[in-house]
Design a protein around this ligand. Sequence first.
Ligand SMILES: [Zn+2]
Ligand SMILES: [Zn+2]
Length: 329
Amino acid sequence: MAAVDVPRPVPGPRDVLVRIEVAGICGSDRHMFRGEYPTAMPVTLGHEFCGIVEAVGADVRVVAVGDRITADPNIACGQCAACRAGRVNLCAKLQAIGVTRDGGFAEYCVVPENQAVVLPEGIDPRHGAFSEPLACCLHGLDVARIKPGDSVVVLGGGVIGLLMVQLAKLAGAAVVILVTRQAPRRELALTLGATHALDPRAGDVVAMVHEIVSGGADVALECAGVPETFHQSLKVVRKGGAAVLFGVMAQGVEVKVEPFDLLVREVRLESAYLNPHTHQRAADMIAAGQLALDPLISRIVEIADVPEELGGDPRQGDIKVMVRPGQRG
Ligand SMILES: [Zn+2]
Ligand SMILES: [Zn+2]
């Protein structure tokens, strides 16, 4: 598969046409590219992006030409039972920019006005493109219900894990333990607010966590999307603690759990999917400069490089790779 030329999209009456400045490559793009996650192929992927509005439809009222926007890619129908209950991420007819309709790995993308969040002037578009993953992390944090003074274990040191470390700290966690195999990410996490960084190959993760927090942690955030870390998330939490499933495992993967253990320890097992009502908060946090994002950006690639990036395994050491049409760096 290679990058192809397509006609410039035309915005409908309630849409805006966005010239993409930066689009982030997400782990789920890789899953989608390989057919491990449902999409509506053929489609232009790219759901984490930031750009400048170049044209607006006749009925667009708020967003204006020249605005820098980030898009909440997930478009809920507003009418199904889940939508009417406010649970828009569970919409029965969910559409998503960069999943079921054309997204941001292109020079231009059409965004419904209602999905556009205007960023303040002067925001670095690379930071703006973090709005979507950050919004998903905020939902994870909402589900986890971290309280000031809590102990939190983050399993997985990818971009999500490193955002979660920062959010847990901002939420007031007293102890934040990052678990990842990669030494540079452990070092980075310690500069971003983690109090401890563990190498899972150095010993039994569960025992190491219990040594730091006697009885186990209050919250575990599973951010790696592999069976091993899912299993660990259930074991590192204390009695009455919460394990939040956040990482995306390929469809069909099954994990062994021991219900008796979950029952008698009353572990609250939850999952956090997408970004219901959190995109604006994410954009506000980025605008306020509450997160260190520059250390998470590994490389900037061109649109022509995207198929190779998505088809291959992530390069060793990469945290977030971003696409900047017309500019490598
Ligand atoms: Zn994503
Ligand atoms: Zn709906």
